[in-house]
Design a protein around this ligand. Structure first.
Ligand code: 5GP
Length: 195
């Protein structure tokens, strides 16, 4: 998606350790007009699949998931990072290792919000090593629901997440794929996409 690539080039900062900082428009301050264009693009990419719910993870996936949901006209459920797990059987749980915080979280979704009839589209801001998306897939499978696809704003193509998730036979559509980036020069190379 050219609009997103241009914005990343203009306002993104390449940090050491393979981190792309986009907090002026994506995951701290949010450019809602850009989000709306991304939501429209997700609908264009996934219009051929039945979607009954969008699933994301707190916190930075919630904004884009909600705006995308306005185009799909479905509810958004966000998986919560739990402090302590209440083992009353009312929650699906999994563990996710955070790429940015290097910490393992217990992540939960209430059983009442995911059912075997659901067709789920996962939406998140970034795909890096794929832990977050993999955990969300786990929660969906625990509920017996189907994973219709994964929509990502920025995939870091030099990390393993894209191959991991696509290798499971799951469709992943990323609006921008960064193939390489250089913290010294600030250079960012995007993977050419023709859809
Ligand atoms: P993964 O689980 O795929 O390794 O990482 C995905 C999560 O880590 C995303 O939800 C995102 O919040 C965060 N993340 C991963 N890489 C980056 C990055 O380069 N920049 C920012 N801002 N967040 C990232």
């Amino acid at each position: 998606m050219k609009l997103l690539e241009e914005r990343i080039r203009r306002d993104g900062t390449v940090k050491s350790g393979g981190v792309l900082k986009v907090d002026s428009f994506l995951n701290h301050q949010m450019d809602v007009d850009l989000f709306n264009a991304m939501g429209e693009e997700f609908l264009r990419l996934f219009k051929d699949v039945p979607v009954t719910k969008i699933l994301t993870i707190e916190a930075s996936g919630i904004g884009i998931a909600c705006i995308a949901a306005q185009h799909f006209h479905v509810p958004v459920v966000f998986a919560k990072k739990a402090q302590s797990i209440n083992l009353d059987g009312e929650m699906y749980t999994t563990k996710i290792e955070s790429f940015t915080h290097r910490k393992v979280y217990d992540v939960i979704v209430a059983k009442k919000f995911l059912s075997p009839d659901d067709h789920i589209l996962i939406i998140d801001d970034f795909l890096a090593n794929g832990c977050a998306v993999n955990g969300l897939i786990d929660l969906i499978r625990s509920a017996g629901a189907s994973v219709e696809g994964v929509g990502i704003c920025i995939e870091k193509g030099f990390q393993t997440g894209g191959d991991l998730i696509r290798g499971k036979g799951i469709r992943v559509e990323s609006l921008a794929i960064v193939d390489s980036m250089d913290a010294e020069t600030g250079e960012i190379v995007f993977r050419p996409q023709n859809n």
